[in-house]
Design a protein around this ligand. Structure first.
Ligand SMILES: Nc1ncnc2c1ncn2[C@@H]1O[C@H](COP(=O)(O)OP(=O)(O)OP(=O)(O)O)[C@@H](O)[C@H]1O
Ligand SMILES: [Mg+2]
Length: 258
């Protein structure tokens, strides 16, 4: 795993298709997702961004009418191979959702729950240290260090979202998926999460869905534009925003539809 090579492919998606029953929601998408980079997925509502994102950690397996073909290769192994256990995939590929969704547990337990369950740490000092490290890395430690036993739900929305990020990184994932992680947050919390993402990409591969074009332009290294289940254009973020090659991309980023 070469961290120096700025173009190491971490997740290699090839000819990915997904159907919800008869609805062909993801059309033949191939895209390299680079290690230690942020890739943004943009496009109008219903174009398949969340569906595509959920394919990257097999979350769609939970939906009975879904049929998927194609491959999602992470470190040379297709996560859809029969011998791959989807629980282990979801541990390696963490997810943060639009609405902050802490467990109805204390701040401490929100972070400690999964590492204890996966036997990453034992109760006690090692667990305390992991909780502190995860909360620090999520930029939340200073705000919660004196009230770790308070319920996670007692925090503000922006703090809850950082708690969810701490919970995600506590299991030491390699990839973090974020589906509109700031759309329910105020501008200050949004700024904090954006700054945090720029820190986190040093350690992780991040894929984010956003409706906020400025956000994609500010933080993403690469951007993919989706429309009607197809990936219309994918490139370095600057190219997508300054000099897109497809008319539909241009229309979307200039606000002509969507
Ligand atoms: N659980 C589901 N069961 C059946 N169809 C679904 C399901 N989730 C999404 N779809 C369909 O798949 C298509 C893509 O939806 P998806 O939620 O991926 O879009 P999106 O780009 O994330 O939209 P938004 O920006 O509004 O979140 C839509 O036609 C939607 O109706
Ligand atoms: Mg969505």
């Amino acid at each position: 795993m070469s961290k120096e090579n700025k173009n190491t492919i971490k997740v290699d998606v090839k000819e990915l298709n997904l159907w919800y029953g008869e609805n062909h929601a993801v059309h033949n998408i191939s895209v390299p997702l680079y290690e230690n980079k942020i890739t943004a997925l943009i496009g109008p509502s219903g174009c398949g961004k969340s569906t595509f994102l959920r394919c990257l950690n097999r979350m769609n397996d939970l939906i009975s009418i879904v049929k998927i073909d194609g491959s999602v290769v992470i470190d040379k192994k297709n996560i859809y191979d029969k011998d791959v256990d989807e629980v282990s995939v979801r541990k390696r590929v963490g997810m943060v959702f639009q609405q902050p969704n802490p467990f109805p547990k204390s701040i401490y337990d929100n972070v400690a729950y999964a590492p204890l369950k996966h036997s990453i740490v034992k109760k006690g000092k090692a667990c305390d240290e992991l909780v502190e490290k995860s909360l620090r890395d999520a930029g939340l430690w200073e705000e919660v260090k004196n009230k770790l036993n308070d319920p996670g739900t007692s925090l503000s929305g922006g703090q809850q979202q950082r708690l969810c990020i701490a919970r995600t990184i506590a299991v030491k994932p390699e990839v973090i998926l974020m589906d509109e992680p700031t759309s329910a947050l105020d501008p200050i919390s949004t700024e904090k999460i954006e700054a945090l993402m720029l820190e986190l990409k040093k350690k992780y591969t991040i894929i984010i869905v956003t409706h906020n074009m400025q956000q994609a332009a500010r933080i993403a290294d690469y951007t993919a534009f989706f429309h009607l289940g197809k990936m219309i254009e994918y490139d370095e973020t600057e190219t997508i925003f300054v000099n897109p090659s497809n008319k539909k991309t241009e229309d979307y980023i200039t606000g002509r539809f969507g």
